[in-house]
Write a protein that binds this ligand. Structure first.
Ligand SMILES: Cc1cc2nc3c(=O)[nH]c(=O)nc-3n(C[C@H](O)[C@H](O)[C@H](O)COP(=O)(O)OP(=O)(O)OC[C@H]3O[C@@H](n4cnc5c(N)ncnc54)[C@H](O)[C@@H]3O)c2cc1C
Length: 287
């Protein structure tokens, strides 16, 4: 699977060229692709998908294991990192947005936040999203911020007084709903690539969810005691053919500035894994 030949075609074009039927596209490929890339197979580059497939299926059984974390994101990722930074003499300042990155002669010489100014540093690692970076740094200073388009994710939370779902985790085929994480009296339903649904009113979305839950699980509306819908419009960038080629490397013409975040050129889609990988590369570049 040499992936260079995939950089100019979409996933749909690749699957069509491999004569994949509509049925296998809907019931297998789309589930993998939309789950991993949060966009449609018509919009996403085949290259990034093939690279993801290699990571999942060609690196041993462990890479293809589905793991349901016991704890939330803070407990899984953040608390230990925070402890490590504090133990090693680092300081974390929250609620302090950076407003300006001041550049002179291809070097960052200052940072202005809403609370403080900083100039005593050897390196600056920027881990803010591209649209924030574009605001804090002059575009002429850093020309490599691609024109990302984004796709949305909907999370629908249902609280139930009785739950007949037999498993802890479900994926849907041929439904506007994509995944269910079943936590007993609480269901978390995820809809990826949700741009067509994200502007609907909550009651309209709830109607869709109720109908699908009735259809797939015979779940009665009366057992739903409460619901909450969380819409994230700019959830992940769309890994389209043009954008994939434009993702910046972490080093750039500004010598002491290193870029990090899921959007830099990690080869991975807009995921936590991409953000983590960029962080590791940033640390290596400094040391
Ligand atoms: C609903 C939803 C579900 C997702 N599900 C998954 C999933 O299941 N698996 C997965 O791998 N990925 C998932 N993602 C994507 C994942 O969250 C991102 O890829 C990841 O968080 C990117 O990390 P990051 O550190 O690059 O950026 P972010 O997590 O966006 O962090 C950037 C930080 O910079 C801060 N910031 C912005 N501007 C400034 C400024 N001027 N000064 C200081 N700070 C600033 C922001 O407040 C933010 O805290 C999901 C995303 C969403 C929205």
């Amino acid at each position: 699977l040499s992936s260079d030949k995939f950089s100019t075609i979409t996933i749909r074009e690749w699957l069509e060229s491999e004569r994949q039927s509509n049925n296998i596209q809907d019931s297998f490929w789309k589930i993998l692709a939309v789950g991993a890339l949060n966009t449609s197979i018509e919009k996403a580059s085949a290259k990034i998908f093939v690279d993801v497939l290699k990571q999942i299926f060609l690196r041993g059984n462990k890479s293809a294991t589905i793991i349901l974390p016991k704890y939330g994101l803070s407990a899984s990722y953040c608390n230990n990192a925070e402890e490590f930074i504090h133990k090693n003499g680092g300081v974390i300042k929250t609620s302090e947005a950076v407003e300006k990155i001041i550049i002179s002669e291809n070097k960052v010489i200052g940072l202005e936040s809403i609370k403080n100014n900083y100039s005593d540093f050897d390196f600056v690692v920027s881990a803010i999203p591209p649209f924030s970076l574009a605001r804090t740094i002059g575009i002429e200073d850093i020309s490599q911020i691609p024109d990302f388009k984004y796709s949305s994710i909907l999370n629908i939370h249902l609280w139930l007084d009785s739950n007949n779902l037999p498993e802890g985790f479900f994926g849907f085929i041929n439904s506007p709903l994509h995944w269910i994480f079943n936590k007993g009296s609480h269901l978390n339903i995820v809809i990826s690539d949700a741009d067509e649904l994200v502007n609907k009113q909550d009651d309209e979305l709830f109607e869709i969810v109720k109908n699908e839950m009735k259809k797939f699980f015979n779940l009665n509306q009366e057992s739903i005691t409460r619901y909450k819908i969380i819409k994230e419009k700019r959830a992940t960038f769309i890994p389209s053919i043009d954008v994939i080629a434009d993702r910046p490397s972490q080093k750039n013409t500004i010598k002491n500035l290193i870029l990090a975040g899921d959007w830099v050129d990690t080869g991975l889609p807009s995921t936590i894994e991409s953000a983590v990988k960029s962080g590791r590369i940033a640390a290596d570049l400094i040391s």
